[in-house]
Design a protein around this ligand. Structure first.
Ligand SMILES: [Zn+2]
Length: 399
């Protein structure tokens, strides 16, 4: 296999240019002139590169530019061929495991397949991998190219080694090397990542890079994860372990957490925490969605107060984070996006009051990911390896 270290300088430059131009095309249809303008490469150089990409089938012609450029001819647009390759997506979380497939454009092409959680970790891994192989065999055209498989899980997870490091409330998975286990079971390149970081990768592909160069994603489910994009780049922390905002304290004398800390955000503002608090008063409130529905549809005061309290805890955490990092936006993903504007609005109001004096308030908004958030995140892990790293060299392109 080619690697960047065993090829010469000229080849390295050519590969770098191929990958860079492909990345730009993957962002949406663009003409050769537009590519030349954006990259600074000459039009003949762009002609050579895009000719090679067309021969490889990884891009295709996508009609002509609508407006006339004045040169007499309307330039032909080039776009990515999404079906050139597919990615296996696996998400392991505390309350759900699922598998799916996305294409080179990052779109989920098959409805995600959910499973009941087996008791045994080995059984869970077998089930996920067997299902993924079956989905690929059954639903994709014969001889489809599988670029790789992205596997995401709650942290702490060392994304480099794949080792799960004592994830709170997820004891069975402690000490498991997710990467080794998946590689034993799957014939394709496998990459692992902390789920919130992966979801930040998926979001980064969708949001305007000029508008949001610095943003945080709060992935709010039974636990609360944090993905960070700083100066337009994903922040992964040491060894890709990522960030654990759910285990930062909002009350030093508060509830004792399984991580050993007191007053962790997870214990107050995760969907599981709100359901837990609701059920202590009303046993019928056994799901997050029920609480939101009742607050909105029935104007239930108790449910509304629960959400208001959750919003104030989240806002407190977000204000701390914004004071540390100065962010363009804080984006909410996960279960909390269900009818999410309701919660979002409460957070917005609380944050505006607190930060108004600073003259700058980050946008508080819901995630732009329209498909299954976790699977999109798992897909984005592999797309990032393909468009930015060496995975690109082993996928059969003529470079
Ligand atoms: Zn904790």
């Amino acid at each position: 296999m080619k690697t960047i270290t065993n090829i010469n300088n000229k080849e390295t430059m050519h590969i770098g240019n191929y990958q860079r131009v492909l990345r730009i095309i993957s962002g949406g249809p663009i003409s050769r002139v537009g590519l030349s303008r954006l990259t600074g490469l000459t039009q003949p150089a762009i002609g050579n590169l895009t000719g090679q990409m067309l021969a490889d089938g990884i891009i295709e012609e996508a009609g002509k530019l609508q407006e006339d450029t004045g040169a007499g001819r309307r330039p032909v647009l080039l776009s990515l061929t999404p079906s050139w390759g597919y990615i296996g997506c696996i998400s392991i979380d505390r309350d759900e495991i699922c598998a799916g497939i996305c294409d080179l454009g990052g779109s989920i092409v098959l409805s995600p397949c959910y499973f009941p959680y087996p008791d045994d970790v080995e059984q869970t891994l077998d089930l996920l991998c067997d299902t993924l192989k079956d989905m690929i065999r059954t639903h994709l055209p014969a001889n489809s190219r599988i670029i790789g498989v992205g596997v995401i899980a709650p942290g702490p997870l060392n994304s480099s080694t794949g080792m799960m490091i004592n994830p709170p409330s997820f004891d069975r998975w402690n000490g498991l090397n997710l990467l080794d286990e998946m590689r034993k079971r799957l014939p394709w390149p496998v990459f692992t990542e902390h789920n919130s970081t992966a979801i930040a990768r998926a979001e980064l592909r969708l949001v305007s890079s000029e508008k949001y160069r610095n943003f945080a994603i709060y992935f709010i489910n039974a636990g609360i994860g944090l993905g960070l994009v700083l100066n337009g780049e994903i922040y992964t922390g040491i060894d890709g372990i990522g960030c654990e905002i759910g285990h930062t304290s909002i009350d030093v004398n508060g509830r004792l957490c399984s991580c050993g800390n007191r007053g962790c955000l997870d214990l107050y503002a995760s969907t599981a925490a709100v359901v837990h608090d609701a059920r202590r008063v009303d046993g019928s409130l056994d799901s997050w969605r029920k609480i939101v529905d009742r607050a909105i549809d029935s104007c239930d005061r108790f449910c509304d107060e629960l959400l208001k309290l959750q919003a104030s805890y989240l806002a407190g955490s977000m204000i701390n984070l914004d004071n540390l990092l100065t962010l363009d936006a804080i984006i909410i993903a996960g279960q909390a996006t269900y009818r999410g504007e309701y919660l979002c609005d409460k957070i917005r109001r609380r944050i505006s009051r607190s930060l108004a004096g600073s003259g700058r308030v980050p946008d508080i908004r819901l995630s732009s990911i329209s498909g299954h958030t976790s699977l999109s995140g798992a897909g984005a892990v592999v797309l990032s390896q393909f468009f930015y790293n060496e995975l690109f060299l082993s996928c059969g392109l003529t470079i």
